[in-house]
Design a protein around this ligand. Sequence first.
Ligand SMILES: Nc1ncnc2c1ncn2[C@@H]1O[C@H](COP(=O)(O)OP(=O)(O)OP(=O)(O)O)[C@@H](O)[C@H]1O
Length: 266
Amino acid sequence: MTVTATVGEELEAVEPAAVRLTGVTKTFGKGGVPVLDGIDLSVAPGEFVCLLGASGCGKSTLLNLIAGLDPASSGLIELPGKGSRPGHAALMFQESALFPWLTAGRNVELALKLRGVRAKAERREEAQRLLGLVRLGSAYDKRVHELSGGMRQRVALARSLAQQADVLLMDEPFAALDAITRDVLHEELVKLWSETGLTVIFVTHNVREAARLGQRVILLSSRPGRIAREWRVEIPQPRRIEDAAVTDLTRQITAELHKEISRHGN
Ligand SMILES: Nc1ncnc2c1ncn2[C@@H]1O[C@H](COP(=O)(O)OP(=O)(O)OP(=O)(O)O)[C@@H](O)[C@H]1O
């Protein structure tokens, strides 16, 4: 196993990127303390990046900026996309945010409709295929209340995939699930990522989850949020959450996280 930690490493502007942030700052309200300050981050196409940091350090804010839900106060956010088409991101949250009056299949179909898939039969077939990808092939006609928390997150993932976004932004998507369901979803997400070449930015509080999933783990400092440290993780996938190398990396990252938290008196 090789884990290399880099601090303040120069980013090569020429490298292809699915997302590129240059000097991004975010301040809420006038004269407030910046939540994010001078974020430079380049995420390569097909990369899986985990974003960690203390509560309130600005992780969700950063995802919202990349998703275009909120404007940056200064700096540049680029999603180059493919060819002449501009890039876009899909965002998935801790809560599945499915429409409860629609079935699982119809929730996915709606995203396809918004993407511009006109033919109803095509939408149905594609929604069925996407639900199959997240191992919910038989749940097409199930209503949201009939689905477990893990199943709802799978539908939400299928709905995100339906958007054919260049980048999948995941904001603590498995935080509300029990450990065993989370473990299964980790395995499935990594499988899906390696099969599809998705670019993923995954926010979590859970250091072990970051060490289990990420090719790169980024630690944000608090007040203001800056990139404090990053680890390139070369532990081969599929990893298991209890692997010695994952445990070892978890320990290293946790020590740094504690330093960050005590530095900011949280
Ligand atoms: N719309 C907003 N208006 C004002 N302040 C905001 C707004 N959104 C976020 N903040 C503030 O920005 C800071 C960062 O919030 P954010 O939710 O991004 O942190 P986080 O790292 O995702 O936290 P957590 O891990 O607890 O989810 C917090 O102090 C929060 O109160």
